[in-house]
Design a protein around this ligand. Structure first.
Ligand SMILES: Nc1ncnc2c1ncn2[C@@H]1O[C@H](COP(=O)(O)OP(=O)(O)O)[C@@H](O)[C@H]1O
Ligand SMILES: O=P(O)(O)OC[C@H]1O[C@](O)(COP(=O)(O)O)[C@@H](O)[C@@H]1O
Length: 315
């Protein structure tokens, strides 16, 4: 069972332009809209692969009505807390070479009562052995320690907790010792105040976090794939995508594959391999579209338990 809290969901609008030329009128060659936000994407990806996750979200305003309508078109089970503010709209500008520029709005002001309702809805899934995930940025008004509280409350109920966020909320959550974190390279560098230029530097830093008491540290590395470090294992997996379309949500799909694998009892390294496969498949799809089983065909994942630590990471 996997429950994913997204305190700051979004309507994701992806527009494709030939060239992102600042200050000009640009005519989009295509556009699409998806229900977004990191935990929403995690849930959508798991559901699209046949799982049965629950996503917990606040919703409100005209954008919230659109968000809920889009979410209703997916296979995901949603637990929606109605709030007075409006769901945000995030815009991604996609260029033909796969370059993605994201404009993320701050989101609605949440009241204390909204936060309490979101926590109650999320903790309903925090049963012994179940996974609870807290994903994405926090909207204005949400306490910085929201994820830290989620970690403490869910772990005390016997649940396993995954956190994928950034900045102060991530730092506070890490101090509360979640079961799993999934920073990307920039987020890990920010969290630990390091420069991470090689696979070895990422592994060393992840191992330090494991020694602090985080059982699984998964670091997504864009085209360099992802690394997973536990107390007893190090693994690296990557898949070459020659036809990238949109990287929006790729990290969420990677986390979805990883969590779904762990939830089904896969070995950590096999779960990483599945995560990288799902992430690579997402990159080949437009906007924030999530992969279905057929999208995994032809994706070849290179996997090793003995990564070359000197491998430089892509800029
Ligand atoms: N250009 C790419 N080629 C192949 N796989 C990619 C590419 N970009 C992303 N991925 C896949 O998506 C996952 C998440 O990407 P990343 O950009 O690190 O996450 P985030 O979206 O959280 O920043 C990676 O671990 C990898 O599996
Ligand atoms: O909560 P944040 O950090 O603003 O991110 C939200 C955005 O990230 C996404 O979840 C995509 O995730 P990635 O950053 O992993 O591509 C979008 O659906 C959403 O618009």
């Amino acid at each position: 069972m996997i429950t994913a809290l997204t305190p700051n969901p979004s309507v994701d609008r992806a527009v494709t332009v030939r060239d992102l030329d600042r200050g000009q009128v640009l005519r989009a060659t295509s556009a699409r809209v998806d229900p977004g936000g990191k935990g929403v994407n995690v849930g959508r990806a798991i559901a699209a692969m046949g799982g049965d996750p629950v996503v917990v979200v606040p919703s409100g305003g005209p954008e919230g009505a659109l968000f809920e309508a889009l979410l209703a078109q997916t296979d995901v089970t949603a637990s929606v807390v109605q709030v007075s503010g409006s769901v945000r709209m995030n815009i991604s500008v996609l260029e033909p070479d796969g370059t993605t520029t994201k404009l993320n709005e701050p989101g609605p002001d949440l009241e204390d009562t909204d936060v309490a309702s979101l926590m109650t809805a999320t903790l309903a899934g925090a049963t012994p052995g179940a996974w609870v995930a807290g994903c994405g940025s926090l909207p204005p008004g949400a306490p910085i320690d929201l994820y830290a509280r989620l970690v403490r409350d869910a772990v005390s109920r016997g649940a396993l907790v995954a956190i994928d966020s950034s900045g102060a909320p991530m730092r506070a959550a890490v101090a509360a010792r979640p079961t799993l974190i999934k920073p990307n390279r920039e987020e890990l560098a920010e969290l630990t105040d390091r420069t991470l230029d090689t696979l070895g530097a990422v592994i060393d830093t992840a191992q330090e976090l494991v020694r602090l008491g985080i059982a699984y540290v998964a670091v997504s590395l864009g085209r360099d794939g992802a690394v997973l470090v536990t107390e007893s294992a190090v693994a690296h997996a990557r898949a070459v995508v020659t036809d990238p379309v949109s990287t929006v949500g790729a990290g969420d799909c990677m986390l979805a594959g990883l969590l779904s694998g762990l939830d089904q009892g896969l070995d950590a390294a096999d779960a990483l391999e599945q995560g990288v496969r799902w992430g690579a498949a997402a990159v080949r799809l437009p906007g924030t579209e999530v992969p279905t089983p057929g999208d995994l065909d032809g994706i070849h994942v290179e996997f090793t338990r003995t990564p070359d630590r000197h491998t430089p990471l892509d800029d």
